[in-house]
Design a binder for this molecule. Structure first.
Ligand SMILES: NC(=O)c1ccc[n+]([C@@H]2O[C@H](COP(=O)([O-])OP(=O)(O)OC[C@H]3O[C@@H](n4cnc5c(N)ncnc54)[C@H](O)[C@@H]3O)[C@@H](O)[C@H]2O)c1
Length: 429
């Protein structure tokens, strides 16, 4: 099949690479010319495990191409919209201008039947609006708009593309369903495809993300309670997770949920609910709790160096989670910004997110070439991203002025730290 993907970011690029690997002919479209120039020059624009290898392979065999030209949709059987839906800076509603612009721009190029699949995370009813826009711009166009929400996890995008828990398709068009079946026929194992109404599919995405955010917020609150009650959240989470009704995933406490999805999607869902008079008090509570958490952690860090003249704070981890270079809404970045606003002297290291963090933090902090270098001469070492490698760095290698560790991801073993002569504070321990 011929597939066009509009938006070549964290969702569009892995999706394009994945479908080309399955044998489809894919063109990825983006309006950022430098991004397309890099991709056409063979330079991958984001880090995801195994992405570069499949990107090179499918570019070489001619199944994967990149362009800034929207007329590339003209030949496609299946057109995926994967543009951003960022939060409105004031209302926090999903800002739909990129989705609507994509619909307007693609409409004039439709000359034969195509399925237009919305993969961007969009408010309920967006499918209707996208269909209206296309119809108004091109009254003779033959198309179906379906909802096809994306559930990939950043850091595992390629893995998740090939091993979906489920594919949710929102449509009642039999013609569109046939095209979807054809699209997934080439999968080594047909994924579990759930067909629902378009509006339900749109809400499944938000309801799922808000549920995950609430789960993280809950274990964070339990971790805080453990600290006061003298229990250990690792053990509590393990005991909870063994219950198959609860499950062990998303029970790792930390400095708060971040990334381009959970904060934005919880806010957008809360706005949607308020606008129709529905009560989503759990979602509202997670939003407030998660927002205030980062300030509390910044205070905890500052308290740990109170009374020390010109303290040096080492930070390990800048990405919003391990396995990605994405720093969007990263708790690490927000905590650092708060520390910087109090004139803190920070040396940071992240295995993958140095470049992306630099774009946000600029010269407000210093960047180390390695984790060990960041800790050199520091008064406290703070761990903010759960990179597994951090747990295996021999602590004897750290040449710190004061041997203090605040581990907000519980990646270091408390007894190993104590044996190496460190004062160690984990989270919820
Ligand atoms: N990042 C994730 O892990 C993830 C997971 C699931 C769902 N989503 C959702 O998927 C959508 C995309 O997210 P993302 O992280 O890939 O965003 P992104 O910002 O990484 O990529 C979006 C891309 O779309 C391009 N674009 C915008 N308007 C365009 C237009 N008119 N024509 C061509 N290109 C255009 C931008 O230049 C950008 O490169 C969002 O709605 C997001 O909520 C993201």
């Amino acid at each position: 099949m011929k597939i066009a993907i509009i938006g070549t970011g964290y969702v569009g690029l892995p999706t394009g690479v994945g479908f080309s690997e399955l044998g489809h002919e894919v063109v990825c479209i983006d309006k950022v010319a430098e991004k397309i120039a890099d991709l056409n020059a063979g330079k991958i624009t984001l880090f995801e495990e195994s992405l570069e290898e499949l990107f090179n392979k499918n570019r070489a065999n001619g199944r994967l191409s990149f362009t800034t030209e929207m007329h590339a949709v003209a030949n496609a059987d299946f057109i995926i919209i994967a543009v951003g839906t960022p939060p409105h800076p004031i209302t926090k509603e999903a800002d739909m201008k990129y989705v609507y612009a994509a619909a307007e721009e693609l409409a004039p190029h439709l000359s034969r039947y195509a399925v237009i699949a919305n993969k961007s995370t969009v408010p309920v009813g967006t499918g209707d609006k996208v269909a209206e826009i296309i119809k108004s711009k091109n009254p003779s166009a033959d198309f179906d708009v379906i909802s096809m929400p994306e559930f990939l996890r950043e850091g595992f995008a390629v893995h998740d593309f090939f091993h979906n828990d489920r594919v949710v398709i929102g449509t009642d068009s039999q013609k569109a369903k046939k095209v979807v079946e054809e699209l997934y026929r080439v999968y080594p194992e047909r994924p579990n495809i759930l067909y629902v109404e378009r509006r339900s599919a749109e809400l499944i995405k938000y309801a799922s993300n808000a549920f995950l955010a609430i789960k993280i917020h809950y274990i964070n609150e339990i971790a805080d309670f453990c600290e006061k009650a003298g229990a250990n959240v690792r053990e509590v989470a393990m005991g909870m997770g063994l219950d198959s009704r609860i499950g062990s995933k998303f029970l790792n406490p930390g400095p708060g949920y971040g990334g381009s999805c959970l904060p934005k999607d919880t806010n957008a869902l809360a706005c949607m609910a308020r606008s129709v008079g529905a009560n989503l008090s759990l979602v509202e509570s997670a939003i407030v709790g998660n927002d205030t958490r980062k300030s509390k952690i910044a205070m905890r860090i500052l308290t740990s160096v109170k009374g020390i003249a010109n303290p040096k704070i080492a930070i390990w981890g800048l990405a919003f989670k391990g396995g990605t270079d994405d720093v969007r809404e990263s708790p690490a970045i927000q905590i650092i910004e708060e520390l910087v606003s109090k004139n803190a002297n920070i040396f940071a290291f992240d295995p993958k997110a140095m470049k992306t963090a630099h774009m946000v933090l600029g010269k407000s902090i210093k960047y180390a070439a390695s984790a060990v270098e960041a800790a050199d001469g520091a008064d406290v070492l703070v761990i903010l991203t759960e990179w597994a490698d951090f747990g295996s760095i021999p602590l004897e290698k750290l040449n710190m002025r004061r041997k203090n560790i605040i581990d907000m991801r519980n990646v270091i073993n408390a007894s190993v730290a104590a044996a190496a002569g460190f004062y160690y504070e984990g989270i919820g321990q």
